[in-house]
Design a protein around this ligand. Structure first.
Ligand code: BGC
Length: 739
C-alpha cells in the first residue's frame, strides 16, 4: 500500500465558502425522527432500482496502492466516501475518523485539526457536559472540512489493560462509558453531521482483531458492553453504528444476526444504519444478517454490496426487502441529522484558539493525581532548580496511533517510525503533538531554573536530578490501533530511569503519558505521580497547570490500574506475544483460532472483577487525589433515586465526583457504579447531589427481560471503588421489564 499523498491534498485544501459551523441544536430537530422516517420512505419510493445500491457501499477515498484507481475528485481524503443521489437530493457521505478529532490519515491531511485528549482522559473528567462540548467542537471541525460523518463514539469496555486501543475508548464501566459516549455523540451531531457509535461489539483486543472470537453469554453481554452501547445510543441517538472486526460467538460482528438484527434493530428498535468497519465484511450474506453499508470496500475481498447485492435483490425477495430497509435506514440518518438541508462544505473557518481551550479544559479535568507524598505538589515556589527528564518533554506530548490520530497543521513535533517499515508504518507511527511540557513549565514556574535531560543515559539524568530541588520524569507508553502491548510495563528502560532518579532525589515526580494502566515498580520511592494519559493538543499546558497548582486536579480513574497481570481475568492472552506490530491485525495470525473467553469475568469487568475476587488494585477505578479534601455524607436512597451531600473540607477550591455504588445484593458482594456527579466546591463549601439510578444496574438480564430480584440491596458512596462510605441497606420489591 503506497500512499500518494500529494494527489489528495488539492481536494483536502480546496477552499470553499467559510462559515461551515453555526449548527443549530439537534433538539430543535424532530427527535424520534418521525419526519425523517416519512421523508426516507418518500425518497425510497422515488428510487429507481439501479439507484438502490448507491448508498449501500463506498470506498476509502485514498489511492491505497500504486495501481489503484484515483478516487473521484469530489471525494475528500479521509476514511470513507459514499456517493449521493443528486436526482433525489440525497447528499453524498464524506466520512472521517474519529473520537479525538478530525484525523490526520497517516499524514495525508496536513490541514490540521484540534486533538482532544485520549478517550480515557476524557472519561477521567466524569463530566458529560464537558465531553459534549468537546464533541461539539470536533464535530464543527469535521463540518468545516466538508465531512458530514464523523466515525467517533468508541465505547468498547476495557476488558484487557493491554488492548492497544484502550486510549480511544471511555473506560471499563458501562454507565460511565455509555453516558459519556452518548454526550460526545450528541455534541458531534449538533453540527448536522452523523456520528457513529463503535465497534459493535466486544472488540476487546487489537492483536488478532480480525480472527478473534469473543465468547460471551447473552446475559453477560447485555449487562456490560451492550449496556454501554445502549446507554450511548439512548443519550446520543447516533445515526450510525459501526460493527467490529472480531467475531462474537462464532460469527463476524458485521455478519451477526444476533447482534445486528435481534439485539440492535429488533430489541432496541434502533432506526439508524449499521456500517461495517473497514475490511470487515465477509460476504454478501452480511446484508441479511443486519449490515446496511459496506465501508472502505477496497479492503474487503469483494465489493459485495454493489452489483452482487443488486442481483440478489432482483432474484430473492429477502434481499429485496433488506435492500429497501438498508436505504430506509441510511436515509433516515441523513434526514434526522439534517445533512441534506445543511450541507457541509470544505474550507470552513476554524477558531483553533478557542478549540484549543476546550481541549485544554478536558485535559485539565482529566489528569489524575495518583500520589502526592508530603504534599510535594503543587510545586512550591521554593523549587528553584527543576530537572525535567525524558518523554520528549522538550518537544511535545504523546498521542495514540492508528486511524484516530489527529495532528495540528504541520504534523507531529516528534515522529518515530514504527512497524516493519512497510506501507502501514505511517499509520502506526509514534507521534507527539507540539505542546511542549518544558516550555509550558518554564512559563508556569518562571522563578525556577529548569534543565532538560532526555533520559537516554541514566547517569546523566541522575546527575541532573542530584543537583535539583525537584526532578520531574516524563514517562511514555506508546500504544496503537492494530496490536496490543505485550505487557503493562513502561518500555525503553523507563522503569530503571525513574528508579534511579528517585533514588537520588526525594522530590521525584512522575508524569505518565500512557494509553492505559502501567505497572509502577518504583512507586514507593517517588514523591508524586500524575496520569496525564495522551493529553491532546494542549496537553503540556494542562500538565504544567496541574503541577504548579493553577489547576487543582480533579480527574478520577475510569479504569482499574491492576497490581499485576495475575489479577486479570486472562493473565495470558493468545497473540500478545506475537510481536511485530502491523496494522489490520497481525497478518501472520490470520486463520488461527483465537478465542477471547469473556464469560470468565462476564459482566464483572474491571473493578467489578476485583470486588468479586476480593482483589486490591494498584489504583482503583474512581480514584484520584486533589490538593484539597472532600467528604461525602447523608446518603439517602429508595433504590430509584439517591441524594447526598458533598463537602470541601480542605483549604482550597476544587472539584470531585460523587460516586454511588451498589455493594451487595441479597447479602452477596457485588459491585456496580450506579450514579455519579462532578461537583465544584470552594473551600468549606457543601452542596447537595442527586442521582437517578438506572434500574438496569440493579438488575439481571435474561431472555430480553431485566429483573430486579426482591431482597436487600446495599448502597454506598465511594471516594473510589475501594474506599467506600457507610453502607445503606434498602429492601427492594422485585420487578421485571422488557429491554
Ligand atoms: C478502524 C475504525 C475506523 C476505520 C476507518 C478501522 O481500521 O477500526 O475505527 O473508523 O478504520 O478509518
Amino acid at each position: 500500500m503506497t500512499l500518494r499523498t500529494s494527489l489528495f491534498l488539492a481536494g483536502a485544501c480546496a477552499a470553499l465558502a467559510a462559515g461551515a459551523s453555526g449548527a443549530q441544536d439537534k433538539a430543535t430537530l424532530d427527535k424520534g425522527g418521525q419526519a425523517a422516517s416519512a421523508k426516507a420512505e418518500k425518497t425510497l419510493q422515488a428510487m429507481q432500482t439501479e439507484e438502490k445500491t448507491i448508498l449501500t457501499h463506498g470506498i476509502m477515498p485514498l489511492k491505497l496502492t500504486p495501481d489503484a484507481p484515483e478516487p473521484p475528485a469530489v471525494a475528500i481524503p479521509g476514511a470513507g466516501y459514499i456517493p449521493g443521489i443528486p436526482r433525489l437530493g440525497v447528499p453524498a457521505l464524506f466520512e472521517t475518523d474519529a473520537s479525538l478529532g478530525v484525523s490526520y490519515v497517516f499524514g495525508v491531511r496536513k490541514d490540521g485539526a484540534t486533538a482532544l485528549p485520549s478517550g480515557l482522559a476524557q472519561a477521567a473528567t466524569w463530566n458529560p457536559a464537558l465531553i459534549e462540548e468537546g464533541g461539539r467542537m470536533i464535530g464543527s471541525e469535521t463540518r468545516a472540512k466538508g465531512f458530514n460523518v464523523l466515525l467517533a463514539g468508541g465505547v468498547n469496555l476495557m476488558r484487557d489493560p493491554r488492548n492497544g486501543r484502550n486510549f480511544e475508548y471511555l473506560g471499563e464501566d458501562p454507565l460511565l462509558a455509555g453516558t459519556l459516549a452518548g454526550h460526545a455523540i450528541r455534541g458531534i451531531q449538533s453540527n448536522h453531521i452523523i456520528s457513529t457509535i463503535k465497534h459493535f461489539a466486544l472488540n476487546g483486543q487489537e492483536t488478532g482483531r480480525k480472527v478473534v472470537d469473543s465468547k460471551i453469554s447473552a446475559a453477560n453481554a447485555h449487562e456490560s458492553d451492550l449496556l454501554a452501547f445502549k446507554i450511548g445510543i439512548e443519550i446520543g441517538d447516533p445515526g450510525s453504528v459501526m460493527c467490529a472486526y472480531n467475531k462474537v460467538n462464532g460469527h463476524s460482528a458485521c455478519d451477526n444476526d444476533w447482534l445486528l438484527n435481534k439485539v440492535l434493530k429488533q430489541d432496541w428498535g434502533y432506526k439508524g444504519f449499521v456500517m461495517s468497519d473497514w475490511g470487515a465484511v465477509p460476504s454478501l450474506g452480511a446484508a441479511l444478517n443486519g449490515l446496511d453499508q459496506q465501508s472502505g470496500e477496497q479492503l474487503d475481498k469483494e465489493v459485495f454490496f454493489a452489483d452482487k447485492l443488486a442481483a440478489a435483490a432482483k432474484g430473492d425477495p429477502a434481499y429485496a426487502k433488506r435492500l429497501d430497509d438498508m436505504n430506509r435506514r441510511i436515509l433516515w440518518a441523513i434526514y434526522d441529522n439534517g445533512l441534506d438541508a445543511n450541507p457541509a462544505k470544505p474550507g470552513g473557518a476554524i477558531d483553533f484558539k478557542t478549540h484549543g481551550d476546550i481541549a485544554e479544559q478536558v485535559a485539565r479535568q482529566g489528569i489524575v493525581l495518583l500520589r502526592n507524598e508530603r504534599d510535594v505538589l503543587p510545586l512550591a515556589a521554593s523549587a528553584r532548580r527543576i530537572a525535567v527528564i525524558g518523554g520528549y518533554a522538550n518537544s511535545g506530548v504523546l498521542s495514540g496511533a492508528g486511524s484516530s490520530q489527529v495532528q495540528a497543521e504541520g504534523g507531529p513535533a516528534v515522529y518515530i517510525p514504527a512497524g516493519n517499515g512497510d506501507e502501514n508504518s505511517p499509520f502506526i507511527a509514534e507521534s507527539y503533538h507540539s505542546s511542549v511540557p518544558l516550555k509550558a513549565l518554564r512559563e508556569a514556574a518562571p522563578q525556577a531554573e529548569i534543565h532538560y535531560r532526555n533520559g537516554r543515559y541514566i547517569a546523566e539524568a541522575v546527575a541532573q536530578a542530584k543537583k535539583s530541588d525537584v526532578a520531574i520524569v516524563f514517562a511514555t507508553q506508546w500504544t496503537s490501533e492494530g496490536f496490543d502491548v505485550p505487557d503493562m510495563s513502561l518500555p525503553n528502560g523507563q522503569d530503571d530511569l525513574i528508579a534511579a532518579v528517585a533514588a537520588v532525589n526525594p522530590n521525584t515526580i512522575v508524569v505518565l503519558e500512557t494509553g492505559g494502566p502501567v505497572m509502577m515498580p518504583w512507586l514507593g520511592s517517588t514523591a508524586a505521580v500524575i496520569e496525564a494519559w495522551y493529553p491532546g493538543a494542549r496537553g503540556a499546558e494542562a500538565i504544567a497547570a496541574v503541577l504548579t497548582g493553577k489547576v487543582n486536579p480533579s480527574g478520577k480513574l475510569p479504569i482499574t490500574f491492576p497490581a499485576g497481570k495475575e489479577q486479570l481475568p486472562r493473565a495470558e492472552v493468545d497473540g500478545l506475544d506475537s510481536t511485530e506490530p502491523s496494522f489490520f491485525g497481525m497478518p501472520d495470525m490470520k486463520g488461527q483460532p483465537l478465542v477471547a473467553d469473556y464469560d470468565i469475568e462476564g459482566a464483572n469487568v474491571g473493578y467489578r472483577w476485583n470486588a468479586v475476587k476480593g482483589q486490591k488494585a494498584l489504583f482503583p477505578f474512581g480514584y484520584g487525589l486533589s490538593y484539597t479534601r472532600f467528604a461525602a455524607s447523608g446518603l439517602k436512597t429508595d433504590g430509584t433515586r439517591a441524594s447526598a451531600r458533598m463537602t470541601n473540607t480542605g483549604k482550597r477550591e476544587g472539584a470531585t465526583v460523587a460516586q454511588l455504588y451498589l455493594v451487595s445484593r441479597g447479602g452477596k458482594p457485588v459491585q456496580r457504579l450506579l450514579g455519579f456527579q462532578r461537583v465544584e466546591l470552594t473551600a468549606g463549601q457543601s452542596k447537595p447531589v442527586a442521582m437517578t439510578i438506572d434500574q438496569r444496574l440493579l438488575a439481571d438480564w435474561q431472555d430480553g427481560n431485566w429483573t430486579v430480584v426482591p431482597g436487600d440491596y446495599g448502597f454506598a458512596l465511594g471516594e473510589d471503588a475501594e474506599h467506600l462510605g457507610p453502607v445503606m441497606t434498602v429492601r427492594l420489591k422485585g420487578k421485571t421489564w422488557q429491554d
